[in-house]
Design a binder for this molecule. Structure first.
Ligand SMILES: [Zn+2]
Length: 255
């Protein structure tokens, strides 16, 4: 089989056998894939640190006709995000992005927008952005790219325009105050406005100092939680790293 190559972001890697690694990665050209990097855990491995979580690499691999796993030949580092993991919250943010990407994308489903989204949030975290803003943006766009985002401006039940605060129903739709019932997730008007802005602007727009005010951060956090609920409903499981990230927030709030 011919060797193929692609830009890729490493999502996760696990030890395999004596000295190999099983690597999950998002290829820009081929979608989410898994492969084996032979000898990657041996000293002086040719893979070096290229298989660290979130590394942006050029990867060479070939397919094996009878196996799901590709064989990874070579990996060159294009950009490292090792520095982005300077604190535990940033590290967990990148781990959350990896976990969500693995969970929402089918294997070999080409997902170039997801690739660009991952790269953008990695760079934002590396530049020191607040993880609440980055994760709010990320979760909203994952829901949008997954085709699960309801119309934000109109009530999914009565069809009237939503002015002011709204509520999220279990089905993921947004509903007005009049249609809301107990148990629905509250969504403030500021959060709805932020979501609308995030759908038409690049992440960079929200990282400038004037945009990073308290209101924006609180709205981004509310948005993140609502969108992660939508994601968890669709993947039918709880995100492991979400819980860990919430615990970090709890610790810093008590400090
Ligand atoms: Zn309504």
């Amino acid at each position: 089989m011919p060797v193929r190559d692609s830009e890729a972001i490493i999502l996760r890697s696990f030890p395999l056998g004596e000295g190999d690694r099983l690597v999950s990665f998002l290829s820009r050209a081929n979608g989410r894939m898994r492969g084996v990097a032979s000898g990657a855990r041996k000293p002086k491995s040719r893979f070096g640190s290229t298989l660290e979580i979130f590394s942006y690499v050029r990867i060479w691999f070939y397919e094996r006709e009878t196996r799901d796993l590709v064989r990874i030949n070579q990996c060159d580092l294009l950009e490292s995000f090792f520095g982005a993991q300077r604190d535990y919250a940033s590290e967990l943010m990148l781990a959350l992005a990896s976990e969500v990407t693995e969970a929402v994308l089918g294997e070999r489903e080409v997902a170039e927008p997801n690739f660009r989204l991952l790269l953008a949030i990695g760079r934002a975290i590396k530049a020191g952005a607040d993880h609440r803003i980055v994760s709010g943006y990320f979760a909203l766009w994952i829901v949008r790219l997954g085709g699960w985002l309801p119309r934000l401006g109109r009530c999914g039940q009565c069809g009237s325009a939503i002015s002011g605060d709204g509520y999220f129903s279990d089905g993921g739709g947004i509903i007005c105050r009049a249609c809301s019932e107990p148990g629905r997730t509250y969504c403030s008007s500021g959060t709805l406005e932020l979501a609308s802005r995030m759908l038409v602007n690049k992440l960079d727009e929200f990282l400038k100092p004037d945009a990073a005010n308290g209101l924006c951060t609180a709205n981004a956090y509310e948005l993140r939680n609502i969108m992660l609920n939508v994601i968890e409903r669709h993947i039918e499981k709880k995100l492991r790293t979400r819980k860990l990230l919430d615990e970090v927030r709890g610790l810093s709030a008590n400090a």
